[in-house]
Ligand binder design. Structure first.
Ligand code: AKB
Length: 317
């Protein structure tokens, strides 16, 4: 039987890119893109089946599972760290109840594989900040962070109790040129490219030396699809895999951009609430389990990513 892949949250930063990549691999009709509103078509959502889905609306979601009988589900609908602090209860509800609905229907409809993204936000101020290991103290202090940590525990629970094949990655901040990020702490690393090309200057909401783990979207999509195609019995982690990416500060990113836009100027605001979130997160990540279990290897370092971002963004700006 061929694959039927349901993507929930297909209009977002990751969903848009995944929809397009999965349609390239499995064909347009095999991928059902869905989101709470009409397609944005950045991921070619108009080129294949599309459903309006609200993960909090059980009847609506059940109907979509029943209609399409997916073999794989990617749940990407979530509220990220910065917006989550503005709307804590709504973020908790969407991130948690939405996940539980999808896990329950995946068991009911015997979905073969489920992907759910976690984040470096599961770590907190008492986690080791350098080369943060897979297993360590985790005391996230954002609603987004502890919703992701609780979600990881639920994923492992459904795997153990119900045999549901759930797979997950703790994404670093993601940087891509096709879409904008939606309300996270790492968003500066995308905004900076837009402003560098449009105005030649950018005010970073994170301070000069705030290092965070980041990853180019090409690598993130490849990681996701690789993980989903790995034989189940070689995966030793059913909570979520650490993924390292590239660690850099706003100053280091600006210096790299200056190589292509010499007049580019960066300044720093010093009273943004996202700074406290960034300060509680790892600066770099140890992803040796991903390397060992599914052969993970990063392709884009800082200079390769900046070059590719600028080449592609110049075509669309
Ligand atoms: C955010 O900044 O909230 C996200 C994340 C790191 O999960 N990009």
């Amino acid at each position: 039987m061929g694959e039927k892949i349901l993507i929930i949250g297909a209009n977002g930063q990751i969903g848009t890119e995944l929809a397009s990549a999965l349609r390239g691999i499995y064909g347009s009709d095999a991928v059902i893109a869905s989101d709470i509103s009409s397609p944005n078509n950045a991921g070619g959502e108009n080129n294949g089946p599309y459903e309006i889905v609200n993960v909090l609306d059980k009847d609506n979601l059940h109907h979509v599972f029943d209609k399409h009988r997916p073999t794989q589900v990617y749940l990407l609908a979530a509220i990220l760290s910065a917006i989550g602090e503005q709307k804590p209860k709504i973020a908790w509800d969407l991130n948690m109840t939405g996940l539980l609905h999808v896990l329950d229907f995946s068991v009911e409809f015997k979905v073969a594989k489920v992907f759910w993204p976690s984040s470096i936000a599961v770590f907190g101020p008492h986690s080791p900040q350098q080369q943060t290991p897979q297993y360590c103290v985790m005391d996230p202090n954002t609603v987004y962070g502890f919703s992701k940590l609780a979600g990881e525990r639920w994923c492992e629970y459904y795997f153990t109790k119900y045999g549901l094949d759930v797979r997950s990655i703790r994404y670093p901040g993601l940087i891509g040129w096709r879409t904008n990020p939606g309300g996270g702490t790492t968003d500066y690393a995308v905004h900076i490219f837009h402003e560098a090309l449009k105005t030649g200057k950018y005010e970073s909401f994170l301070s000069v030396n705030t290092a965070l783990p980041m990853m180019y979207m090409e690598d993130a999509i490849r990681a996701t699809i690789t993980l989903m195609n790995t034989p189940a019995d070689t995966l030793n982690i059913r909570s979520s895999y650490n993924l390292a990416g590239i660690s850099f500060t706003p100053a280091q990113l600006a210096d790299e951009i200056k190589k292509y836009i010499p007049g580019f100027e960066i300044s720093y605001s010093n009273n943004d609430p996202r700074q406290a979130i960034a300060d509680s997160w790892p600066k770099s990540i140890d992803d040796s389990y991903a390397q060992k279990d599914w052969g993970w290897k990063l392709e884009y370092d800082l200079s390769k990513m900046v070059e590719d971002m600028l080449v592609n963004m110049k075509k669309i700006i």
